[in-house]
Design a protein around this ligand. Structure first.
Ligand code: CA
Length: 228
C-alpha cells in the first residue's frame, strides 16, 4: 500500500515517513501544498495524510480539488488542537478522518490501517483469506497461524493482493502501489516476488490471469473450483 504525506514541518514529515516505512508502506513525502496536490493528482495512492496549514496551497483547497477531479482515496487530515472549524471544513471538503496535533504516531498508524481496510471493504485489523491471514498491526502474514518469513517487498505485494483478494490485480497496478516515487521501478521484479510468494504460501493461492495480472484466490472461489 502506498501513502502520500503532505506536511510542511520537516521533523514531523520525517517522523511520519519513517514510521510509515517501518510499518511496511511505500511512502512519498511532499513539503508544500502545490507538490502535494500534484502528487495526489498524478500518482495512485491508497491513502493520504494531509496537513491543513501548508505553504503555496492550503490543505482544504487541495482536498476540494482532488475530490472535484474524482480522486476517492481516503484522506486523513492533520489539524491544530484549537481549530475545530478546520476539522469541519476538512470533512466537508472530503476528508475521511482527522488527527489533532500533537499526536502519537501509533494513533496515526492505527487510524490509517482502519481507513485502508475500510476502503477495501474489511472491518477488522486481521484480514483472512482461508488459512492465510494478514495482520496489518504487526505488518506480517501467517498461514494456519505460522508466521511467513517475507522480505519488505514481498510483504507489500502480499498485503496489496490480500486487501484486493478475489480481484485480478494488473502487474502495473502492483508496481504503482508497492514502490514509492523515487524507487527505480522494474515491473519484471513483480514476477519474481510472485514466484517467491507462491513458494511461501502455496502455489495455487495466487492465480495468473494471462495478460491481465494476478488474483489471490478466495476460499469461495477455491470451493467453486473444486466442486466445479
Ligand atoms: Ca503546517
Amino acid at each position: 500500500m502506498r501513502i502520500l504525506v503532505v506536511e510542511d514541518e520537516a521533523d514531523l514529515r520525517r517522523q511520519l515517513g519513517d514510521a510509515l516505512t517501518h510499518a511496511g508502506y511505500a511512502v512519498d513525502l511532499a513539503a508544500d501544498g502545490e507538490e502535494g496536490h500534484f502528487l495526489g493528482d498524478t500518482e495512485p495512492y491508497d491513502a493520504v495524510i494531509l496537513d491543513l496549514g501548508l505553504p503555496k496551497m492550503d490543505g482544504v483547497s487541495i482536498l476540494e480539488r482532488w475530490r472535484g477531479d474524482g480522486h476517492i482515496f481516503p484522506v486523513m487530515i492533520l489539524t491544530a488542537r484549537d481549530r475545530w472549524s478546520e476539522k469541519v471544513a476538512g470533512f466537508d471538503a472530503g476528508a475521511d478522518d482527522y488527527v489533532t496535533k500533537p499526536f502519537y504516531t501509533e494513533e496515526v498508524l492505527a487510524r490509517l490501517r482502519a481507513l485502508l481496510r475500510r476502503a477495501s471493504g474489511h472491518a477488522v485489523a486481521a484480514i483472512d483469506v482461508g488459512a492465510l491471514r494478514l495482520d496489518t498491526r504487526a505488518a506480517r502474514a501467517t498461514i494456519n497461524g505460522d508466521p511467513i518469513k517475507l522480505t519488505a517487498h514481498e510483504y507489500k505485494v502480499l498485503a496489496y493482493l490480500i486487501h484486493h483478494q478475489g480481484r485480478v490485480v494488473p502487474r502495473t497496478e502492483l508496481v504503482e502501489h508497492i514502490y514509492d516515487q523515487d524507487f527505480d521501478r522494474d515491473s519484471n521484479t513483480i514476477e519474481v516476488f510472485i514466484g517467491r510468494l507462491r513458494k511461501k504460501i502455496g502455489g495455487d493461492r495466487i492465480e495468473t490471469e494471462r495478460g491481465l495480472g494476478y488474483r489471490l484466490v478466495t476460499p469461495e472461489a477455491e470451493q467453486n473450483r473444486v466442486s466445479g
